[in-house]
Ligand binder design. Structure first.
Ligand SMILES: [Zn+2]
Length: 441
């Protein structure tokens, strides 16, 4: 959110950066307050909680932090101001088109309006890097206020020590790396919120409280539709993107700490996690398994004057998990997305007809990883367009008529190239030749 700190909402299909910066989500607050073991005694003031969180985290308080309360309407106003400042209507439209082409939302879905409603429901508090104050949603139950304050005050300490504003104007076109940084920030604040709740302000051995990711995943599966109607009615891509920095961020932080003191996390702000792959598998962050950077040619000259590039970004392991998981089983999607090495996609739009053409170049760690992805992507594509499943061809690309143009999926070595929405075979082979010339570093 705007008002909140860190997150430059990005434009790309990742709605979550837009939504997730510096906030605490209501559904987490509930989980944290039910994790509380000690009986709630006298409520603590923000100043007392700041001192406790500072001690637990091992970061000094450099300046006091002011706080305020916001109503639903005030939070909504902050969300809207943030969106207006950070995401142009054209960028929102581009994100919507990519999500629609992937079959994750309908073409007429009002993305911006839904994001506003979702945040109005879910924001339990946020930290504002501009004013360096934090705000608490005025309607949340007393039992949830302290955990949310612990979360937001962690953001204040992060900002005082690591400067959260430097993450705000993230370069466009790599939302996977941006999401990884948000996961560090939100993961840290969420783990401290749990540590605060479980220990009542005393230190807790984090390696003994089990996987917080598993705990949050199991809770979000059973999301409370009576309490959170907007969240539970949201398209899966919105729900999962909103939750990712929290749900997987806590696992990242636990994985990096693993028995070490909190000071071990400070280095993550110098050596930022570079991909959602590193967040999902913290060992790969620690082993410096960095993403392959892919540069794909701009196909506009080849497509013709009526076409323009609408969107350009990186899906990442998490993006593939979500976009495959919409059509195949979650476990199958998870396995297919694993072994991701790097990717880049571009979406083109025909301004006359409104047709969309999506191109993707993906690189995988091994030939076997590429084969697994190829096979599941073929299955997903048949389900997405309701066409018979294509078989990978040993001699050339798999091509099918989707009813929204031709789709082509081809593997060479450890790379897989995908085109969806070509007008004819001649165009398809021309675009494919250009895409295969993409550079990797
Ligand atoms: Zn937060």
């Amino acid at each position: 959110m705007t008002a909140n700190d860190t997150a430059p909402p990005n434009t790309r299909r990742r709605v979550n950066a837009t939504i997730a910066a510096g906030m605490a989500l209501l559904l987490l607050a509930g989980a944290a307050s039910s994790a509380r073991q000690s009986a709630v005694t006298k409520p603590r003031t923000a100043e007392e909680i700041l001192q406790l969180v500072s001690k637990l985290r091992g970061l000094d308080v450099k300046r006091p932090v002011n706080s305020g309360a916001k109503t639903h309407d005030e939070i909504e106003a902050s969300v809207i101001a943030d969106l207006d400042e950070n995401t142009t209507p054209a960028e929102f439209a581009a994100t919507s088109k990519t999500l629609a082409k992937l079959g994750l939302i309908s073409r007429t879905f009002g993305l911006r309006e839904y994001v506003v409603k979702l945040l109005r429901e879910q924001v339990a508090g946020f930290y504002d890097t501009k004013t360096q104050n934090f705000y608490l949603a005025s309607w949340i139950p007393l039992s949830e206020q302290e955990p949310v304050m612990a979360h937001e005050l962690t953001h204040a300490l992060q900002d005082q020590h690591f400067n959260l504003r430097r993450f705000e104007k993230w370069p466009k076109g790599d939302s996977d790396a941006e999401l990884a940084v948000h996961s560090l920030i939100e993961g840290e604040a969420t783990v401290l919120m749990f540590e605060y709740s479980v220990g009542g302000g005393s230190p807790v051995d984090l390696s003994k409280i089990g996987s917080l990711t598993e705990m949050l995943l199991s809770q979000s599966d059973a999301s409370d539709s009576a309490r959170f109607p907007v969240m539970s009615g949201a398209p899966a891509v919105l729900r999962e993107n909103l939750q990712f920095p929290y749900v997987y961020g806590v696992g990242f932080v636990q994985g990096v700490l693993k028995g070490k003191s909190w000071a071990a996390l400070n280095d993550c702000y110098r050596n930022l996690p570079a991909s959602t792959e590193q967040v999902i598998h913290p060992g790969r962050y620690l082993n410096h398994d960095n993403p392959v950077k892919i540069d794909i040619a701009d196909l506009t000259p080849s497509l013709g004057a009526q076409w323009s590039r609408a969107d350009y970004d990186v899906n990442g392991e998490f993006g593939y998990l979500v976009l495959l998981g919409q059509f195949v089983g979650k476990q199958q999607a998870r396995q297919a997305a694993e072994g991701w090495g790097g990717d880049r996609y571009a979406l083109y739009e025909n301004r006359q007809t409104g047709s969309l053409l999506l191109t993707q170049f993906t690189a995988w760690d091994t030939v076997k990883d590429a084969e697994e992805f190829l096979s599941v992507y073929l299955e997903r594509t048949a389900k997405r367009y309701k066409t018979p499943k294509l078989l990978p061809s040993p001699t050339g690309p798999a091509v099918s008529d989707t009813g929204e143009g031709l789709a082509m999926i081809e593997m060479r070595g450890r790379d897989v190239v995908i085109i969806e929405g070509a007008e004819n075979r001649e165009q398809l082979s021309r675009l494919s030749a250009l895409l295969w010339r993409s550079s990797k570093k």
